[in-house]
Design a protein around this ligand. Structure first.
Ligand SMILES: Cc1ncc(COP(=O)(O)O)c(C=O)c1O
Length: 483
């Protein structure tokens, strides 16, 4: 079992050297070590039996359905999947409260990077449980807020970026909202944003304007004005880059001095797993920089999923980004920013910056992925992607017209099912769920089926299991279409 990496340093060397803190004495108390061992042994004993998918237990079905209906009614809307976790899992396997076991290849849309019931995160939870508070916030933070902020900024600056500052928060939307506020304040009175079609930035009033989906702003007032420039087209790299630059210049000429930021989701997640290339991004950023437009990279979904911890590093944009946002797999969300974008006091503050468990877990997950070889041009993220992509390609070849692609980068994998209609993607996702495999839809026109694997624990054998389920669902749908 991998030991939780302890933060290498705290901000106050003096505190560490005197070792006189009651908190250190508590953490080093042998009873805590013993309790951790007992807890981890108990969890392992119960979770290790979950090694394959399993249908629901008929004895639990009636109550489960009732619970789902009640929850749907309390929420005002049914949840997408009939999914209520029981609270235990084993890596990518998760038990639901109906007794079924699913192979989780979507992980709460990219959140559970070490899957379910991982010992490293249980240990982080115990460290958090013996800490004094559940939540940390701007008025009162513990040293582990400093530890995660330091890890993120040091990792971000590893190859030349100037992202020396980091503001923690509790959601991707809030990290994005904070980045927007910093960009607007610095570039005042500019009040417009440039973005890519199909981008998803989050669901606040401000971000709903940037998110390129009309359905997500029905009934909302207009807040920010957004101009869109075409995204990279891998089928025509040069032309699409040229055209995007032309449109960018057109918008800037139309509203001189009015654009505060260029909003860049470098690998589009909700939009359907589209990525640009370095030349495309650089060409756009050159124009943005000439016009004092902030470059914001939204990495809430792609963080830790490419060949480097940050997607801007994967694309070699280190010296060009002004603000970067992360979330999901990091548990704690954050806005990283350069000196130039450091906001004036009063602009950004939060009661909650994250729970203590999230802080410990964030450190364990990010450093765990770095230390376990997930990054690099032939790191685990790439190897897992290639294995999954090969499996999907094989299904597509065996059943022509059913699986196109695959698409995505590293720990983001997708395919286009059948005719790429929204109905086809939804049907595949739902049938796979009932067959034991969790995925989700992405994009529209074409609609895709996507996976956000638990990169810290998934193996090629798990991917093979996933591909078997995908193939059985695809073959079943194909034969029904023929009949
Ligand atoms: C690229 C991107 N930005 C922002 C968000 C919003 O994050 P959250 O749902 O944590 O507010 C998401 C969520 O899917 C996302 O994919």
């Amino acid at each position: 079992m991998r030991q939780l990496r302890k933060p290498t340093a705290t901000f106050s060397v003096k505190i560490k050297m005197t070792n006189s803190l009651h908190a250190d004495k508590l953490r080093n108390d042998p009873r805590i070590e013993e309790a951790k061992k007992l807890l981890l042994a108990a969890v392992a004993e119960h979770s290790q039996t979950l090694v394959s998918v399993r249908p629901p237990n008929p004895e639990l079905t009636v109550d489960y359905e009732k619970l789902l209906a009640e929850f749907g009614s309390i929420r005002g809307n049914n949840i997408f999947f009939p999914y209520l976790g029981s609270g235990i899992g084993n890596g990518p396997f998760v038990e639901l409260a109906d007794g079924s076991v699913k192979l989780d290849m979507i992980t709460g849309i990219g959140v559970h990077g070490y899957g379910h019931s991982h010992p490293m995160l249980i240990e982080a939870g115990v460290d958090a449980a013996i800490s004094d508070t559940v939540m940390q916030g701007n008025l009162q933070q513990n040293t582990n807020s400093c530890d995660i902020a330091r890890l993120l900024t040091e990792t971000a600056c590893e190859s030349g970026a100037e992202l020396k500052h980091c503001f923690l928060t509790t959601s991707g939307a809030m990290a994005n909202e904070n980045s927007l506020k910093m960009a607007f304040q610095k570039n005042h009175p500019a009040n417009r944003i440039i973005a890519f079609p199909k981008c998803f930035a989050g669901r606040t009033l401000g971000l709903a304007q940037i998110t390129d989906k009309a359905k997500y702003r029905v009934g909302l007032p207009d807040t920010i004005s957004v101009d869109y420039i075409p995204f990279f087209n891998y089928k025509n790299p040069e032309k699409s880059t040229e055209y995007a630059v032309k449109r960018l210049k057109y918008h800037i000429a139309r509203y001189p001095g009015k654009h505060a930021a260029m909003w860049m989701e470098l690998v589009q997640g909700e939009g359907g797993y589209y990525e640009g290339d370095t030349e495309y991004f650089k060409a756009i950023i050159d124009v943005a920089k000439e016009n004092n437009i902030a470059v914001i990279a939204d990495e809430v979904q792609s963080f830790c999923r490419t060949t480097r911890p940050f997607a801007f590093q994967h694309f070699g944009l280190d010296k060009l980004v002004d603000l970067v946002t992360i979330g999901k797999i990091s548990q704690v969300c954050a806005t990283l920013f350069t000196d130039d974008y450091n906001p004036k006091p009063g602009l950004i503050s939060q009661t909650f910056t994250g729970s203590t468990w999230a802080m410990y877990a964030a450190h364990a997950i990010v450093s765990g992925l770095i230390e376990n070889g997930n990054f690099g041009s032939n790191g685990r993220n790439v190897q897992l992607h290639n294995h999954f992509a090969a499996g999907l390609r094989a299904i597509g070849e065996k059943h022509p017209g059913t699986v196109a692609g695959p698409h995505g980068v590293g720990g983001m994998v997708a395919f286009t099912p059948f005719d790429g209609s929204a109905d086809a993607a939804k049907e595949v996702v739902n049938r796979m769920f009932h067959a034991g495999l969790m995925s989700f839809m992405a994009g529209g026109d074409p609609s895709r089926v996507r996976f956000l694997m638990p990169l810290g624990c998934v193996t090629e054998a798990h991917i093979d299991m996933a591909c078997q389920i995908i193939e059985s669902v695809i073959a079943e749908m194909k034969s029904e279409m023929k009949a």
